[in-house]
Design a protein around this ligand. Structure first.
Ligand code: GLN
Length: 381
């Protein structure tokens, strides 16, 4: 057989799989891939069980269970003021990554340019390339990773079709501020530019800060795919249920792809989540819950030789390690996992050029004893 021409020659296995597999192999505490090591709520598990017992075991409607889409519409209007029609503007997806891939595939044509900010979550660029689009990346730097909007302006031309945003941001734990929204609004005004806004950590935001999601700003909302997740708020990343909201003209195209990519998402979880969402405390309690973990972990890390970067949202804490070693971040992450027994994510993998700012990312969505154990080990450095 003639050799296959790879569509993604530069791409290997995602860092999350690599680091989690290594952590398991060597028995390290896994603070690399982002997932909690505590259980989701027993009530929610009971609701899933009930949905199964009640016979919700066949295909859900292609765009998702209506009861869930209605709850999402209510929540979005209550929190951000935007009105989405659950019938035509909300689709339940098999997690955030599927929603992102679907949105990009639906609207990016060959040679369309898409602006992304690096470090960028690793699924954005491959999805753009598979659609034939061109990735225009702009590098951000620690400690604050602010977006230089004047440089974004210089990147924009008649081929620019989309800007991908992520707030709260993975891996840097930064958030967009009102000034960013103002700059963005001015830039896209009267332009044919869509926005894909990855907001899967919308409820994990600290210090009383506000989530500046696209649904708050009508002029941005009208051109945005907003991607959200239930895995993060409900401590159930393995369930792979999320959703996408977009104005009908965009959602119509989104569903053309969605129906042939997954058709629909597993039904019992959707019924259960719809019921669970009725209690707003399930998500409004999250900032406090995770802020406590952030503060606890930061206090622990302060005793080590790592230097802490700011953390305004997500369940990730980034650190620099210049006082420890001048190794490459990817080499250090491997050694840390194997020799010290704590797995982390090297952030150079999120830059096209592999830019290494000597920054590692730890996940603090863990029980206190796990964080204690990890800090004890990190103190050995
Ligand atoms: N969002 C998770 C993280 O950043 C990983 C998701 C995945 O493994 N695809 O760690």
């Amino acid at each position: 057989m003639t050799p296959i021409i790879s569509k993604l020659p530069q791409v290997g296995t995602t860092i999350f799989t690599v680091m989690s597999a290594l952590a398991a192999e060597v028995g390290a505490i896994n603070l690399s891939q982002g997932f909690p090591d505590f259980e989701t709520s027993p009530e929610l598990i009971k609701l899933v069980n009930n949905a199964m017992k009640n016979g919700h075991n066949q295909y859900a409607p292609m765009p998702g269970v209506m009861a869930l889409r209605e709850e999402i519409a209510k929540k979005t209007e209550k929190l951000y003021g935007a009105v989405y029609n659950p019938d035509t503007e909300i689709t339940i997806t098999a997690g955030g990554t599927q929603a992102i891939f679907t949105a990009i595939t639906a609207v990016i044509n060959p040679n369309d340019e898409v602006i992304i900010f690096e470090p960028a979550f690793d699924c954005y660029a491959p999805a753009i390339k598979l659609a034939g689009g061109i990735v225009k990346s702009l590098e951000l730097s620690p400690p604050d990773y602010r977006i230089p909007w004047d440089m974004v302006k210089r990147l924009i031309n008649s081929k620019t079709r989309m800007i991908i945003l992520n707030t709260p941001h993975n891996p840097t734990a930064t958030i967009l501020h009102k000034e960013d929204i103002d700059e963005l609004s001015a830039l896209v005004k009267n332009q044919d530019i869509l926005i894909l806004s990855d907001e899967v950590y919308e409820h994990l935001i600290f210090d009383g800060e506000m989530h500046h999601g696209m649904a708050r700003y009508p002029e941005l909302q009208q051109r945005s795919f907003i991607v959200a997740s239930f895995g993060k708020p409900f401590h159930a990343t393995g369930w792979k249920v999320g959703y996408c909201m977009a104005p009908a003209f965009l959602m119509q195209e989104f569903r053309k792809v969605h129906q042939f990519l997954v058709f629909s998402v597993n039904a019992p979880l959707q019924y259960a989540i719809a019921e669970h969402l009725k209690d707003e405390n399930t998500y409004l309690s999250l900032p406090d819950f995770f802020q406590q973990k952030r503060d606890y972990f930061r206090k622990g890390l302060e005793q080590t030789k790592f230097e802490l970067l700011p953390c305004s949202g997500t369940y990730f804490q980034s650190v620099t390690f210049n006082k420890i070693t001048d190794e490459k971040d990817s080499d250090f992450a491997l050694r840390l996992t194997k020799e010290i027994g704590v797995a982390a994510i090297p952030t150079s993998v999120f830059y096209t050029q592999g830019t290494d700012h000597h920054v590692l990312r730890f996940c603090f969505a863990k029980r206190q004893e796990t964080l204690d154990k990890a800090v004890d080990r990190l103190l050995k450095l």
